[in-house]
Design a protein around this ligand. Structure first.
Ligand code: PHB
Length: 555
């Protein structure tokens, strides 16, 4: 098998005697799943990691217990909760929170993709993507790692490389002439001379910008400028990315550089002026730490769980932690925390400076690239399946689309409606439980069009009077759910709850629909509502983790 970036950073580095083997194996499984875009069969993992099947099973069971993956038949699937590891790094770094908005605004202004990247050894790793890319070229994800010499940011970072960094870069190029250790990029086709990159680095140093003229793939061009911190060091690099159908590398530089530079000046001002926030409280002890050995089961590998939990000790205002601070934040014994840190350092996820430890960008290789593309329907699907399985009724997720609801995820157990509902089906919002929980969250102005539009009587029970409907919405808003009984179709009863994003805004709704003969209205509220609300809560919890540094599409 070709070497990959998953192999330990320095192939010749000896494993420290105190390294925690189960943590190393667990990280290898997470890397594999990340490379496989978030899903791989357990037998596939056995092959690609070289671990025994029983070991793979125990690791998967442990990660599933931590909510970092789920088992779907024979497949292991990464879950959004795993993003809390990458989030710990991004929060500690602070750059995304401070600079994302300016990057997004620049992408809007230029109508081209804009990204933020940080150096990661002899590569570059993306920490933000404002993607405007058309179908024509690859688009990279947060957490993707690229070889420095095939990018525009690379030479800007290389202006700060030490002789040791250059030596490591040359060794890697010699050992991996086709860039197989960078799964995000197509293999390098023609050999390039080391001197080319050295020359580009020299130019980047004197000019203050750098270009990528189709170094990754034909058509893809980029121009980059460094963002410097208070001490004048390169904190990250901003790139504007386009395609040769719109710009040559030269014309991209000519048209974009002035506005890119203006954005970078504003970003540098933001970095200088950003108040140093008091350290955030540590994330709190992981849920599994409270459980007894018996509850966790024989398969649970505690040393793996402990090691991963160490990563969550870091965060905003908690970028540099001592061993004592890590132990306090995680509730682990010092000796345990120390061995986990030694292991994470050996694998390149942590660096030590004197008594302090920090996370490295490599933490983003633990699931972030595939998970950063997760949509709300994908987040909801397994939770809807659990709900439908428990209740033996259909469960759905929907968003508002004009004056209709549009189904975006659905688990059907039976067909109770005359229309066959599938993903994409639209129904009038005013007569559905899904529509009502979403309308109820709107401002009076937002509700307006729904109340002044056509309110047809779809059954004799449909509420068609605007004032009566407004009163229903007020009630829904205070109750936190909507129950619609035979107003859309006779014999159809449904109950819906809102799904809120991190800011508390209702972005979608979940419902359970059934034939009215299945349960009385009272039993529906008593039995279905608690399950439904719990499901909405689980979806919201995943959305909070996934949406912390990425924009999660609602449909
Ligand atoms: C990107 O953001 O996708 C990007 C940035 C710089 C490059 C290539 C791609 O050189």
């Amino acid at each position: 098998m070709p070497p990959t970036h998953l192999t330990p950073p320095k192939p010749d580095a000896v494993e420290p005697t105190e390294a925690v083997a189960p943590l190393m194996r667990g990280l290898a499984v997470l890397h594999r799943l990340t490379e496989a875009n978030g899903t791989q069969s357990l037998s596939g993992l056995e092959k690609t990691t070289g671990l025994a099947r029983s070991t793979v099973d125990r690791i998967a069971a442990t990660l599933a217990r931590m909510d970092y993956l789920r088992l779907d038949g024979r497949d292991a699937v990464l879950t959004p909760r795993l993003m809390e590891l990458g989030n710990a790094y991004l929060a500690a770094l602070r750059l995304p929170r401070l600079l994302d908005t300016r990057a997004d605004d620049l992408a809007d202004e230029l109508d081209e993709s804009v990204s933020l990247a940080v150096p990661d050894r002899d590569g570059i790793r993306f920490i933000h993507q404002a993607t405007r890319r058309r179908a024509m070229s690859l688009s990279f994800r947060i957490g993707d790692l690229l070889p420095a010499e095939r990018t525009a940011p690379g030479p800007l970072f290389a202006t700060e490389w030490t002789l040791e960094d250059w030596a490591r870069w040359r060794d890697r190029r010699a050992a991996d002439p086709q860039d197989r250790s960078f799964p995000a990029v197509p293999p390098r086709e023609r050999p390039t001379r080391d001197a080319e990159f050295e020359e580009r680095t020299h130019q980047a140093g004197t000019r203050g910008w750098a270009l990528d003229d189709q170094l990754i793939e034909p058509g893809l061009v980029a121009v980059s400028v460094p963002v410097r911190d208070r001490d004048g060091r390169v904190a990250c690099v901003v790139s504007v990315v386009s395609h040769t159908s719109r710009h040559s590398a030269e014309s991209l530089r000519e048209t974009m550089l002035p506005r890119l530079r203006a954005t970078v000046r504003a970003m540098e001002r933001d970095l200088r002026e950003a108040p140093v926030r008091p350290p955030a409280a540590p994330a709190g002890l992981a849920a599994w730490t409270g459980a007894s050995k018996q509850e966790l089961g024989r398969e649970f590998v505690e040393s793996l769980a402990r090691g991963l939990t160490v990563i969550t000790a870091f965060g905003e205002g908690r970028a540099e932690l001592t061993l004592t601070e890590v132990a306090q934040a995680t509730g682990l014994a010092r000796a345990t925390a120390r061995r986990a840190l030694i292991t994470l350092e050996h694998l390149g996820h942590v660096t030590a400076h004197g008594r302090h430890f920090t996370l490295t960008p490599r933490v983003l290789s633990l699931g972030f690239p595939p998970l950063s593309r997760t949509t709300l329907p994908q987040i909801a699907a397994p939770h809807l399946a659990d709900l439908a399985g428990r209740l033996h009724d259909s469960a759905s997720l929907a968003v508002l689309a004009g004056d209709e609801v549009q189904y975006t995820a659905r688990v059907a157990t039976s067909r109770i409606m005359s229309v066959n509902i599938t993903v994409g089906t639209r129904l009038p919002a005013y007569a559905t439980s899904l529509g009502r929980v979403m309308m109820a969250d709107l401002s009076p102005a937002g509700r307006g069009p729904f109340l002044t539009g056509r309110l047809d009587a779809l059954t004799p029970r449909t509420v068609t009077d605007p004032e009566a409907l407004a009163a229903v919405l007020d009630h829904v808003r205070s109750a936190g759910y909507a129950l619609v009984d035979g107003e859309l179709e006779e014999g159809l009863r449904s109950i819906a709850a809102p799904v809120r994003d991190r800011t508390g805004v209702v972005v979608a709704a979940v419902n359970v629909a059934m034939h009215s003969s299945r349960r009385t209205v009272e039993r529906c509220v008593a039995e279905v509502l608690p399950e439904l609300s719990a499901t909405a809560g689980l979806i919201e919890a995943d959305l909070r983790v996934a949406g912390r540094f990425t924009r999660v599409p609602v449909a």
